[in-house]
Design a protein around this ligand. Structure first.
Ligand SMILES: NC(=O)c1ccc[n+]([C@@H]2O[C@H](COP(=O)([O-])OP(=O)(O)OC[C@H]3O[C@@H](n4cnc5c(N)ncnc54)[C@H](O)[C@@H]3O)[C@@H](O)[C@H]2O)c1
Length: 364
């Protein structure tokens, strides 16, 4: 018997449109995927580029009206890679039409919207593209924490540092408009930090935040910093900025516990620094692990040990894991529920930045 066919509609033809198209094309080469993926329709707004992109990545058709696409009977999966302000409306329409829904981060503009998305998608499989969970070194960090190798966690420190928004003469982009992006660097980059923190270190109870807009006339923040208290008793500090002159895309965390420490930086994404505090004092110090196998997450899927992987593999691995969970009838993480939990922290950060006081994060 042939594999079950899944007909995919991708909304968005930009940066993530390409990253997702690549994942849809590649996933069967690296994962045992129990579905036959058909790239049915690519939806965007720039007609000329749309045709080019469809031809490059093998999309059968193109469309310019996402509303018409999400209810099409010949579509099983709707993948949303649109500007943030369109996520909720598109996802809710797709879920109500019974589609499997994949959505880019941040899930929504705020937690009210994301709660509505969770509700609408209660009976369909969902996924949020928090792809950094699927960096092999990050997945390995989670395994080490689960094994208790860090002991009791004291500190969780995370930064996401970019520099592009400080430049003059930037092209017109929705990412710098509050109405389309929701907020600035907090929604865009701190959302990734929060997802990883919740996954690696558990729930955040409360936050205190500050934001700053450096560019004159901009209606959203260029930098956002906050402190957090985690449910497990550890303390966290987070910094996200698009004004970190000298850093293009430094997404990094460090975790210190009673038995060891871990450090990761996306700019050197195949490595994880690990220190085992049970070693003799004279030998203690972070060691650099090349997380490409043997025995590391995804090393059976990609290349031989020592043969590094890149940014695109994180999307391929996310999709591979999603499709395998779907075939087994299991819940995939991060799903809309997880995206909503990130949104609750983002809302608390915004409220704290506005009020200057500590703000509790509601549990759901
Ligand atoms: N997971 C990640 O690491 C990551 C990285 C970058 C962006 N993102 C997220 O992905 C989403 C898209 O970001 P991007 O960087 O690809 O943006 P982008 O500007 O490169 O692409 C957005 C696309 O949406 C299309 N679009 C806009 N309005 C539309 C409409 N009404 N109908 C149809 N198409 C429309 C545009 O034509 C464009 O192709 C955002 O939510 C962003 O936060 C995630």
């Amino acid at each position: 018997m042939g594999k079950r066919k899944l007909r995919v509609a991708l909304l968005g033809q930009g940066f993530m449109g390409r990253a997702h198209s690549n994942a849809f094309c590649q996933v069967k080469h690296f994962f045992d995927v129990p579905f036959d993926l058909e790239l049915r329709v690519l939806c965007g707004r720039d007609r000329e580029r749309l045709e080019q992109m469809a031809a490059t990545w093998g999309w059968a058709e193109t469309a310019t009206d996402w509303r018409e696409v999400v209810t099409r009977p010949d579509v099983d999966v709707v993948d949303i890679a649109l500007p943030n302000a369109l996520h909720a409306e598109a996802a809710i329409a797709a879920a109500r039409a019974g589609k499997i829904v994949l959505c880019e981060k941040p899930l929504a503009l705020n937690a009210t919207q994301s709660a509505e998305m969770v509700e609408a998608a209660r009976n369909v499989p969902t996924m949020v593209w928090f792809n950094y969970r699927r960096v092999p070194a990050v997945a390995f960090a989670r395994r080490l924490i689960e094994e208790g190798r860090l002991g009791e966690i004291y500190h969780y420190r995370a930064v996401y540092l970019q520099e592009w928004a400080r430049r003059p003469n930037l092209p017109d982009t929705w990412k710098l408009k509050r109405a389309e992006a929701g907020s600035g660097v907090v929604a865009d980059l701190a959302s990734h930090l929060i997802d990883l923190a919740l996954w690696l270190n558990g729930p955040i109870r409360e936050v205190t935040a500050m934001t700053r807009t450096f560019a004159p006339g901009r209606d959203l923040e260029d930098a956002g910093l906050f402190l957090a208290r985690f449910e497990n008793g550890s303390v966290g500090s987070f910094e996200a900025t698009r004004f970190a002159t000298g850093y293009r895309n430094r997404n990094a965390f460090e975790i210190h516990g009673s038995r060891g420490m871990l450090a990761f930086n996306l700019e050197d994404m195949n490595r994880l620094r690990f220190m085992d505090a049970s070693e003799p004092d004279s030998l203690q110090g972070p060691r650099d692990l090349l997380v490409t196998g043997p025995g590391h997450p995804y090393s059976e899927n990609f290349w031989k040990p020592g043969h590094i992987v890149g940014y695109e593999h994180t999307f391929i691995a996310a999709l591979g894991d999603f499709l395998q969970a779907l075939a087994r009838g299991e819940r995939f993480r991060p799903d809309f529920e997880d995206g909503h939990r990130v949104q609750l922290v983002l809302d608390a950060v915004e409220r704290s930045a506005a009020s200057g006081v500590w703000v509790s994060v509601p549990p759901r």
